[in-house]
Ligand binder design. Structure first.
Ligand code: FCB
Length: 442
């Protein structure tokens, strides 16, 4: 495997999953604080209140990155630290934290790549309707401006949103993520406002940031395969693709919502205002993708909600702790998205695996399966570059074990093991493997 010499080899995290310090320096409440406090929402009853205590240990954590040898770090900014009420008064103390983090990264020759929204909406905005309300899109543009005014001179890579599908559907249709609604029409309205918020933020970032800044977005994408040869399953896979991929990517690429899905969503379609599609289609410098697993899709004629599909497990595939493994899906997704949308560049903004890691008697964490997982996916990324995909970087999820949303601390996705009782960090074998891999690439 040979990657371009300027390729970004990075790791990724997000604010609520690692920072802790939820009540410090004027941070407002987020929807995840509220959600996690409700009994039964988080598998182990935990929350991100302490998480990896990264807020206090960020220097040590940048040190881990230096040791890893990565040249890029994707992290997110907690909106409630910057605007405790979601809009209006800017909390400088909250921005100070990211200011120091960015300087520490730059000192370490690590490129900071910032995600503005990785799911921690200020609760004050949720109280006014959250993503279901159009004003949240405007507030997001304010948030983007406050962050860019402070950091825009030093951040070369920006992602407006992480995984809009999860924000919309897991948060508003499935009650799996904050704010925890089960209302499909609300999910589609939220998705629309998220897309509008993206479109409003892009020109703000262009205005406030260095001219060389690259601006894009980081959706999770699906790789849907029909469960059988039946025409009905092929059509179901196509609908699932519309539900997961095209509903978001088509409008970003200036094509509006896909007609077949608009029909599929009959009875649930969102309210759209004149000019929204123009706003959403603000030109982007790149598309990021988060890829983890394939989806085998069957028709579900008895299904009550769009897209009227069922997910069928594939017993022939190996699994991580929580997902099926199918590395070629990464190649297929990259080449397909490049062919269909042709964004000027692409990044793999997340890819990684959870395993039930434990510290062995020799003090190490021997995660050979994660190494095999990463190696197989890196190979597919290299194949995609050979096939002409303008892939510029790869961010492994994650730098360290952290708060895995509704799964709490039961899933370990890190290259670094975290002992949450002591906050000790221990490199897993995969971290050493990644370090050597990066070294051979330079
Ligand atoms: C993605 C999220 C990320 C992390 C990984 C495992 O859906 O963006 O925060 O939870 O999955």
């Amino acid at each position: 495997m040979k990657f371009p010499s300027d390729f970004l080899w990075g790791v990724a995290t997000s604010s609520y999953q690692i920072e802790g310090a939820v009540a410090e320096d004027g941070r407002g409440e987020s929807i995840w604080d509220r959600f996690a406090a409700q009994p039964g929402k988080i598998k182990d009853g935990s929350s991100g209140a302490v998480a990896c205590d990264h807020y206090h240990r960020y220097r040590e954590d940048v040190g881990l990155m230096r040791e890893l040898g990565v040249n890029a770090y994707r992290f997110s900014i907690a909106w409630p630290r910057v605007l405790p009420k979601g809009f209006g008064r800017v909390n400088d103390a909250g921005l100070d934290f990211y200011d120091k983090l960015v300087d520490e990264l730059l000192k370490s020759k690590i490129t900071p790549a910032v995600t503005l929204y990785h799911w921690d909406l200020p609760q004050a905005l949720q109280d006014r309707g959250g993503w279901g309300h159009r004003d949240t899109a405007q507030a997001f543009a304010e948030f983007a401006q406050a962050v860019a005014r402070r950091l825009g001179d030093r951040i070369p890579i920006w992602f407006t949103h992480n995984e809009m599908w999860c924000t919309a559907f897991l948060g508003h249709a499935n009650d799996m993520y904050a704010p925890g609604y089960s209302n499909f029409a609300l999910a589609l309205q939220a998705a629309h406002h998220v897309l509008v918020s993206h479109g409003l933020a892009v020109p703000v970032l262009r205005e406030e940031c260095a001219k060389t800044a690259n601006i894009g977005i980081a959706p999770n994408i699906a790789y849907p395969l029909p469960a059988t040869d039946a025409l009905s399953d092929a059509e179901a896979a196509r609908r699932f693709d519309g539900f997961f991929n095209r509903w978001f990517l088509d409008p970003l690429a200036g094509k509006g919502y896909p007609q077949d899905m608009w029909e599929c969503y009959k009875g649930y379609t969102p309210h759209i205002e004149d000019g929204d599609f123009q706003i959403i289609a603000a030109p982007l410098d790149f598309l990021g993708i988060n890829y983890y697993n394939p989806d085998r899709i069957a028709d579900d004629p008895a299904g009550v909600l769009p897209p009227y599909t069922r997910q069928i497990p594939d017993p022939t595939l190996k699994r991580t702790a929580d997902r099926e493994i199918y590395a070629p899906g990464l190649y297929e997704s990259l080449t397909r998205l490049h062919r269909d949308y042709g964004f000027p560049a692409m990044y793999i903004t997340e890819n990684g695996a959870a395993y039930p890691d434990a510290v062995a008697e020799d003090g190490g964490v021997h995660d050979a399966e994660r190494i095999a997982f990463l190696q197989a996916h890196f190979e597919q990324a290299a194949r995609a570059i050979d096939a002409g995909v303008p892939l510029k970087g790869y961010f492994v999820w994650s730098l360290m074990d952290n708060f895995e949303w509704s799964q709490g601390y039961t899933l370990r996705y890190g290259l670094t093991y975290v002992d949450f009782a002591t906050q000790q960090r221990i490199f897993k074998d995969s971290a050493r493997w990644y370090r050597e891999f990066i070294e051979t690439q330079r």
